[in-house]
Design a protein around this ligand. Structure first.
Ligand SMILES: NC(=O)c1ccc[n+]([C@@H]2O[C@H](COP(=O)([O-])OP(=O)(O)OC[C@H]3O[C@@H](n4cnc5c(N)ncnc54)[C@H](O)[C@@H]3O)[C@@H](O)[C@H]2O)c1
Length: 379
């Protein structure tokens, strides 16, 4: 029998954005084997998709409850060991909770839940389950992000004094000005998406990234969100001032109406000795800025990079690695944890990051609603 980890998938069907990223990432280091799941709530689409990508059909279930029911009947040596939850946001919490309660490890897309309350319940459920729980803040797996973290941690840029994270997209621009379209997009529907669109979808990446690379905690936020139209219940743009531990201040700038932008996620951390700048759309370059010196560009695969960065680089320098590789690194870290092998806690985000992310979303919305006031992050 294969020694690969038996992986189940919820969501991520042929009609999805993120499914292919998880499937490729799980295959990247030959650690997982997809054994089944529910890829789409419509049976014909579900089974049709599985056949079209050549996966076995015998453990493709009609719905999530049937998956649990049937999988727990299997001997432990055959049962799914971990299940990836890639559905729209409102299904993350009920699915992840039931999976944990039934003894499965979980890989959950972000935002982890739709409310902070749900996130805390999930944390409690996890504590009782003794399982592995990962949240796929995808970008933390990039080699040059891992390098940025290491350089900040060992003091290369000195004490951090300014944080600026920007995540600009433009995909909602063609939707927001059309009443029918904006009413029919799940990310703009609070029932499916949660209390926030822009902050919940991409602001949460920026928040997590700041805490990941700087190892500081964002302690309070003051936000100004934009909903554009009175019938639109969800933010599509937002600026959040942040105050972090160690008296560091910064800003998270997010937008989904930045016309023409794709995934312009930029992380800039400035210390008293130097600055570091990274751009998701050009992820193999990490810029080192210093007073009075020429700009330096650090790249993956060179021995000047940290062990963790090099561990996440598969090819010699000059072979660009992208978002699939970043997610692949996260899946590899999770595989080590499931197999009880040694791993670095920086290899994949956990429930701690998921809970903090949900607190951030809730407090950013609260700050805006209360008239742009400072609110403390809870978690
Ligand atoms: N980590 C990242 O960078 C990143 C990027 C994009 C999306 N996401 C997250 O991934 C999740 C999915 O996003 P998406 O863009 O792929 O959404 P999507 O709407 O493109 O796809 C959702 C998929 O879930 C399926 N689905 C819906 N209800 C289901 C059910 N009851 N059972 C099984 N499958 C069901 C749909 O058929 C579809 O295949 C969201 O939570 C989103 O925030 C994360």
């Amino acid at each position: 029998m294969s020694s690969k980890i038996r992986l189940g998938i919820l969501g991520g069907g042929g009609d999805s954005l993120i499914g292919v990223l998880h499937r490729v990432a799980s295959a990247m280091f030959d650690q997982y084997q997809i054994v089944g799941g529910v890829f789409n709530p419509v049976w014909e689409e579900n089974i049709g998709f599985v056949k079209s990508i050549g996966l076995p059909t015998n453990r493709v279930y009609k719905d999530f409850d049937t998956l649990i029911e049937e999988e727990v009947k299997l001997p432990e040596s055959e049962r799914m060991q971990v299940v990836s939850v890639l559905t729209p946001n409102f299904l993350h919490f009920p699915m992840a909770k039931k999976l944990l309660e039934n003894g499965f490890n979980v890989i959950c897309e972000k935002p982890m839940t739709t409310t902070y309350e749900e996130a805390k319940i999930l944390r409690q459920t996890l504590q009782m389950s003794n399982k592995i729980f990962a949240v796929t803040y995808t970008y933390t797996g990039y080699p040059m992000i891992r390098q940025m973290k290491e350089m900040i941690s060992r003091g290369d840029i000195g004490k951090v004094q300014k944080i600026d994270a920007q995540y600009y997209q433009g995909w909602i621009n063609p939707i927001i000005h059309d009443k029918e379209k904006r009413a029919n997009t799940w990310r703009l529907d609070p029932e499916k998406s949660g209390i926030s669109c822009c902050i919940g979808d991409i602001g949460t990446h920026a928040f997590d990234m700041i805490e990941y690379v700087t190892e500081l905690k964002v302690e309070s936020v003051l936000s100004d969100l934009n909903y554009m139209y009175s019938d639109n219940k969800m933010d599509v743009d937002g600026t959040v001032l942040i105050r972090c531990s160690d008296n560091v201040k910064g800003v998270i700038r997010t937008s989904q109406i930045a016309t023409g932008e794709e995934n312009n996620f930029t992380v800039q951390i400035y210390g008293e000795k130097a600055g570091l700048k990274w751009e998701q759309e050009n992820p193999n370059h990490l810029y080192l800025l210093e007073d009075g010196k020429p700009l330096r560009v650090l790249k993956p695969g060179h021995t000047y990079n940290s062990e963790l960065s090099l561990d996440g680089t598969k090819l010699p320098p000059g072979h660009p690695e992208g978002i699939f590789d970043s997610m692949g690194n996260i899946y590899r870290g999770i595989a080590k944890a499931i197999k009880k092998e040694e791993f670095d806690s920086a290899e994949f985000p956990t429930i701690v990051d998921g809970v903090r992310g949900m607190s951030f979303i809730e407090k950013a919305v609260e700050s805006h609603q209360k008239g742009n006031v400072w609110i403390k992050i809870d978690a």
